[in-house]
Write a protein that binds this ligand. Structure first.
Ligand code: C5P
Length: 323
């Protein structure tokens, strides 16, 4: 069947990718830019419950808290928000947010008419420079948290300091470090320099909750994907989409994800907000997207019809899982 049908069924393999994407994948495997040396096992056929426990126990949400060098001697314990991300969204009753929506930036969300449904969630997560203005009917207009990669902070074209996309929301930034994480090396040579803009924003807007993911968190998520995939996956960090889904599973009781696993609207249009076509955006070249999506498909608790019609996956929050 087609790539989408295989994703709906959860039967994916690199061999189903186009020759161009297979070549890209091989090159990333041989480059191994982040020096990935996976030491874990590859467990096949874990149940959804076992998978959820693995994610909960081995990939606990972790943001920089300024307690580790070099950040500790740079005063980051006073710079980061006083409460952790989990504390920020834990009510008096310690339950977290009830319902959450994760809205990917895929072109397939165009003409979905899902805006109202998305906005009916208690919290909505969006990615990078994805706008709502002009697309409300399909993507809604509520944004609670925005995950941004380091290019958003470092590349002037995104106007991080002035754009309204990054105001009045909780921000969570990330940047890949080498697989064996050394925070000194990461601080000296991040992929894109997020540290300067982060420090500046914290000083100018101390009331805005703004976190940086610990680079180890990102690699522990990668480990779970590789550990549950038969083939060797790209030795590069998971996409922002996968990171965002797991972040919301840590904060919310229930998570609906939109157009991560594509619906019948599937298209090569990369983003709903840009005229750029590339199937790599949906199936992956740099990121191990195909395998991330297969893992999320295995965890889907919603009906198959939701997947096909809405591109919607239903996931449980991790706090409710007893391990
Ligand atoms: O491109 P960007 O990373 O900003 O998009 C946010 C996330 O949405 C991606 O990391 C990916 O997980 C998801 N996405 C997708 N298919 C697309 C475009 C984005 O699954 N065509």
């Amino acid at each position: 069947g087609s790539a989408v049908q295989r994703l709906w069924r959860g039967r994916v393999s690199a061999g189903m990718l186009s020759p161009r994407l297979q070549r890209a994948m091989k090159n990333y495997l041989s480059d191994n830019k982040h020096h990935v040396a996976y030491k874990g096992q590859r467990r096949l056929g874990q149940s959804p419950k076992e998978l959820l426990c693995e994610l909960k126990v081995h990939a606990r949400l972790w943001t920089l808290d300024g307690s580790q060098p070099p950040f500790s001697s740079l005063g980051w314990d006073q710079l980061v928000p006083p409460r952790t991300l989990e504390q920020l969204y834990q009510g008096q009753d310690q339950t977290g947010i009830r319902t959450c929506a994760v809205v990917t930036s895929a072109g397939a969300i165009l003409h979905s008419g899902l805006g109202k449904e998305i906005d009916s969630h208690d919290a909505v997560l969006r990615f990078n420079a994805a706008p709502t203005e002009g697309f409300e009917k399909d993507v809604g207009n509520k944004t609670t948290i925005r995950i941004i990669n380091s290019q958003i902070l470092a590349n002037p074209k995104h106007q991080f300091k002035s754009s309204s996309l990054y105001k009045n929301v909780t921000l969570v930034a990330w940047d890949p470090a080498p697989y064996i994480v050394n925070l000194h090396k990461w601080y000296d040579s991040p992929d894109y320099n997020l540290f300067g803009p982060y420090v500046e924003r914290r000083r100018l807007q101390p009331q805005q909750p703004f976190y940086v993911l610990h680079p180890s968190y990102v690699w522990r998520l990668w480990d779970v994907i590789q550990g549950n995939t038969q083939e060797s996956i790209q030795p590069n960090p998971p996409s922002s989409g996968f990171i965002g889904i797991l972040l919301m599973m840590a904060l919310c009781e229930q998570v609906h994800v939109y157009e991560y696993i594509p619906s019948i609207r599937q298209t090569d249009l990369c983003h709903y907000y840009e005229h750029y076509y590339d199937q790599a955006c949906t199936l992956g070249a740099y990121h191990p997207l195909l395998f991330e999506k297969s893992l999320i498909q295995r965890l889907n608790m919603g009906p198959k019809g939701d997947l096909k019609r809405k591109g919607r996956v239903t996931l449980p929050g991790l706090s409710s899982i007893d391990c």
